[in-house]
Design a protein around this ligand. Sequence first.
Ligand SMILES: O=C(O)CCC(=O)C(=O)O
Length: 346
Amino acid sequence: MILPTVAALKRLFDANPLLYRTAFGLATFNVDYCKQRLHRSRYSSRFGGLWTDRVDYEEQLRRRLNRGEVTADRVDSLNSWREQGFLKLDNAVDHRLIDDYLDELESLKVRSPSPLCVTSSTLQSPAPFSAEVFSGNASSRIVDDYFYSESARYLLFHPSITEHLSLFLESEPVLTQSLSFETGSEQAVHQDTAFVRMNAPMKFIGVWIALEDIQPGTGELVYFPESHHWPDFLFSRYFKHYDPDRDGEAQLHNWLAWMHEEARDRSQRLSSFFPKKGDVLFWHPALAHGGAPINDDNGTRRSLVSHYCAKGVRPLYHYYKPAQRKRYHWNGCTYTSAYYRSGSAS
Ligand SMILES: O=C(O)CCC(=O)C(=O)O
């Protein structure tokens, strides 16, 4: 009885975006985000942002320097992050950690049954890992392998990564998702705010770790620098995130085209990321980015991609999949997953 009622309510909300917005705001209430909405003039986006997005950023930086919360050696990185919407770190993680991770991943793949899950652009829903599923689908990626792989956690919580995340988020980062790619995603240029949904829509960060030297033609990561400054695209008048039932395919296509129009109006061209093994890229939740087409069918593009929110923020899957609400702790770091569950959570 409950499921048909929930489905009927969802249909009602989908058809009434204002009602959806009210119910959504109440159901996913976040204190910090509420404060950002009350002080809307502090951010150029109506959805708030990181402290580096504040219109009085220079003053905010000065205050943090005076209080000793930011050190002078971070100022260049912060300025570049604010202006460009991304930050590259060369040689940020040791090759040995990457090799350990790739070895452990192989051993998890060949376990029978493998505990890992795969998602892809051609699968309707997440599927248990098998070599056939992985190689037989487009844009396959293993999701949240940190749940089973300690060596993934050593990479994803590497101090060079968590230090920068804490600086940008002003909080301990909570790892909410990872995607382990062997080949390029070929994903259309998008802003994560549409798909990586949080109850504070601009309080998270994407991170890309190169697991090998990335070659042209292998589906390298591409992005429009400074695109995080573009105006908000609104789904169904009110929303930063995309809901297929509420918004439909047409809005998705309009948004995908809109990003290229915004870039054209500003003469902004796509930049490509050709990292060496161990290099890392951080990107802003509103930076338009995607995977280039693959021209070299035999080339790999091994990468570990992840998303982290600030501590008080929750991914929306904590609401629509309440059984996945748990946060897990390891070595003083926190993670959560939409796909896996165990009893050892807090
Ligand atoms: O690595 C890629 O090709 C794209 C990854 C991506 O867009 C994402 O995780 O948001």
